[in-house]
Design a protein around this ligand. Structure first.
Ligand code: UTP
Length: 497
């Protein structure tokens, strides 16, 4: 067997030998933390499988898992107590009359033209609620064109690059579970005509799931059930996976952070960037007005002088957050749609606090292998996944960050499931409504069309990213609006199914 240690220039087989060399050391570690059951099928494993398991073990932060077990499994964590919770100051939607609005927009455009903005998209999630077995970004969201979510985001980038004559680097956080499929999808689609060197993937870390006794679970005889460490992993990934160096080499100062599953998201929005820059903010957020007291979105607020986002599942712990204003409106209305501008200096600063980030626990149905090697698919939650959240970085800002109110339509269509709230279906309806309004403003009678609820519209962001751009370009066309679903392509051709 090879001597342990030197990895460079080795074949896979030799690498496996190097990993196997660590068996004794890793077994001791696993025993120290009472997780030795994960070697239960060891004798039946092939050399590759043994190496796979040992490799997984070598990446686990056992001290962290011990801490999580003590906090969450052997005890019930006490909720934080706050003496005072107050609403955050918000730049509201009607501030368009405000003279700063134009100043912010111009400043944002200037920042973009200086190539100081990069895009950071989180796409490492498991997308369990959607039940789609490929990365969520590959979902054919376009009802007519079947274009994927990835392609839609790419088309927005194509438009912005052309508009400002810039190159926008697109950082994409993936996880071990979807990395290969995501990269292959970009390859197969020729990076949607973007420059390959401007699409930068980085893989976030994974954490083991725990069963209800705090034990690791095997998802196969040779692999531990793990999940990506949450979108808070952004901070760690930027620093530890070499993205910060890439950003600095490109002169990037600000990141436009968004989630892959928000089809409508305005990436690199000049207005948002501008407010962030003018306020010298470290991390800014867009906010949506909650449409009900208990809407399932986090709430931005200030708790004992610290900026926080409180999860909707914690509303009953902090009943102040359910208070109404004297006129009956929601007092803490600032819902979190997960869109941020982050100064890269702040990423460095907050990385030093990453170990203090709270871990959030979710009780889930986690398939596992039993002692006889049978795969069990539980019918009710049987274990826990632990994640960090990006919005927990907000508490480390040194002055109160910008919170910019937005309208949902045209900006917020999260896709969590196939039908119902926050679904493929609701996103398609919302986008159709917005694009129908654009057409109506261009002089087309869309009333009958909109009444047909099963019809959808798509307008590629390469043709028009904004209503203003659409109104300008549409003057050159005289479309015959069909009585079926339709799309408008890059050249302005109207396509039906
Ligand atoms: P969600 O928390 O909605 O999770 O992620 P999800 O994976 O999309 O779906 P479920 O909960 O399993 O059904 C919000 C965004 O954060 C990303 C997701 O890819 C999505 O864009 N994310 C989430 C990560 O990048 N990494 C993670 O560890 C978790």
């Amino acid at each position: 067997m090879e001597k342990c240690g030197v990895l460079i220039g080795k074949t896979n087989d030799e690498l496996n030998d190097v990993t196997l060399c660590k068996e004794k050391e890793l077994r001791e570690l696993v025993e120290k933390y009472s997780q030795q059951h994960i070697f239960g099928h060891w004798d039946k494993l092939s050399k590759e499988q043994k190496a796979y398991l040992l490799n997984q073990i070598s990446k686990i932060d056992f001290e962290l898992m011990k801490r999580l077990t003590e906090i969450w499994i052997f005890n019930t964590p006490k909720p934080e107590v706050f003496n005072q919770i107050i609403p955050i100051p918000v730049i509201s939607l009607n501030s368009s009359e405000d003279s700063r609005e134009k100043e912010a927009y111009d400043c944002g455009e200037e920042t973009l033209k200086l190539s100081e903005v990069g895009l950071f998209m989180v796409a490492g999630g498991q997308g369990t609620r959607l039940g789609f077995d490929k990365p969520k970004g590959t979902f054919p969201i376009g009802p007519v064109t079947k274009k994927s979510l990835f392609q839609y985001h790419a088309e927005k980038i194509i438009n912005i690059q052309k508009r400002y004559n810039i190159e926008l680097p697109w950082y994409i956080m993936v996880s071990e579970t979807n990395e290969l499929d995501t990269k292959n999808f970009f390859e197969q689609n020729d990076y949607f005509t973007l420059k390959k060197s401007n699409v930068i993937f980085a893989t976030q870390s994974m954490v083991p799931c725990l069963d209800e006794r705090g034990k690791f679970m095997l998802e196969s005889p040779y692999s531990i059930a793990m999940n990506p460490n949450g979108h808070g992993g952004t901070i760690q990934t930027i620093i530890e996976k070499g993205l910060m160096e890439d950003m600095e080499n490109r002169g990037i100062k600000f990141l436009s952070y968004f989630q892959v599953d928000n089809w409508a998201v305005k990436v690199a929005d000049p207005r948002f960037i501008g407010y962030h820059v003018l306020n010298n903010a470290e991390m800014s957020s867009k906010i949506i007005r909650k449409n009900s007291l208990r809407e399932a979105v986090g709430v931005h607020c200030i708790c004992d002088n610290e900026y926080r986002v409180i999860e909707y599942s914690e509303l009953d712990i902090y009943p102040q957050l359910l208070e109404l204003n004297p006129d009956g409106s929601i007092k803490f209305y600032a819902g979190n749609p997960a869109m941020h501008i982050i100064t890269i200096g702040f990423v460095k600063k907050v990385y030093n606090r990453f170990k203090d980030f709270p871990w959030h626990r979710a009780h889930k149905k986690i398939p596992y292998i039993d002692d006889s090697g049978n795969l069990i698919k539980p019918e009710k939650p049987n274990g826990y996944k632990f994640e960090t959240f990006i919005f927990d970085a907000l508490r480390y800002t040194s002055h109160h960050p910008v919170a910019l109110e937005i309208q949902r339509e045209g900006e917020y269509t999260p896709i969590k499931q196939l039908t119902g709230e926050n679904s493929i279906e609701s996103a398609r309806k919302s986008m159709t409504k917005m694009w129908a309004k654009w057409l109506k403003k261009s002089g087309y009678n869309m009333d009958e069309y909109i009444a047909h609820r099963e019809h959808y519209i798509e307008i590629t962001p390469v043709f028009a990213l904004t209503e203003e751009e659409f109104l300008k370009k549409s003057r050159n066309f005289n479309w015959q609006i069909p009585s079926t679903s339709f799309a408008i392509d890059e050249q302005g051709n109207l396509i039906t199914t």
